[in-house]
Design a protein around this ligand. Structure first.
Ligand code: COA
Length: 173
């Protein structure tokens, strides 16, 4: 699924041409931002499903997950400053969860900064619960990460691979 149009926004698989916009958002959004190289790894990584969110052809957010065995591990959820608080973050995560479920994931997991109450509110509202804490997870600040999980009810890993399932393990980068 490389492009999905949905109520005025479009989800498109991350490509090289998006990286300047993505990096501008990333540098504004995070105290410990990813590098362009890390986003390039997501493009190449066969187990990564990473999408940008376009509104009127402008990149206003992005997010993705790694599908490893039956777990979708969400690696990023980001909305451009100025577009926050309009429901785009919720739509982005809902899109990722639906895709992960369609691919057969049984669970979705993520880490979020202990101080990031806004993002935690978003995830709790979408049915995630807190399942643990990784002490000192963020290297620069030493801040704890809250680990959250949502059951998706997929069937990946049971029996023969279904259409659309990628082979195990993840393809090499
Ligand atoms: C976290 C982030 C993705 C949320 O995106 P958003 O588009 O602003 O979120 P939405 O407008 O869809 O709001 C979704 C939910 O978030 C929660 N939320 C939004 N703003 C909030 C606030 N100021 N305080 C607490 N919760 C808040 C609410 O639960 C809201 O649901 P509701 O509107 O039904 O009450 C966005 O703020 C962002 O990109 N932040 C910087 C990067 C980041 O922290 N990413 C998360 C890393 S784990």
């Amino acid at each position: 699924m490389s492009r999905v149009v949905q109520d005025g926004v479009t989800f498109v698989e991350l490509r090289e041409e998006h990286l300047d916009d993505v990096m501008a958002i990333e540098l504004e959004a995070y105290p410990e931002p990813w590098t362009a190289g890390l986003f390039r790894d997501e493009i190449r990584n066969g187990c990564s499903f990473f999408y940008v969110l376009l509104k009127d052809s402008e990149v206003v957010g992005y997010g993705g997950f790694w599908l490893v065995l039956d777990e979708a591990h969400i690696t990023s959820v980001t909305v451009r400053d100025g577009y926050r608080g309009r429901g785009l973050g919720k739509r982005l995560v809902a899109f990722l969860l639906r895709l992960a479920g369609e691919l057969g994931a049984r669970t979705a997991t993520l880490e979020v900064r202990a101080s990031n109450i806004r993002a935690q509110g978003l995830y709790l509202g979408l049915g995630f619960s807190v399942v643990g804490v990784r002490a000192g997870y963020y290297p620069k600040s030493g801040e704890d990460a809250i680990v959250m999980l949502k059951e998706l009810g997929g069937s990946r890993g049971e029996g023969e691979p279904q259409d659309g399932e990628r082979s195990f393990p993840c393809e090499e980068m």
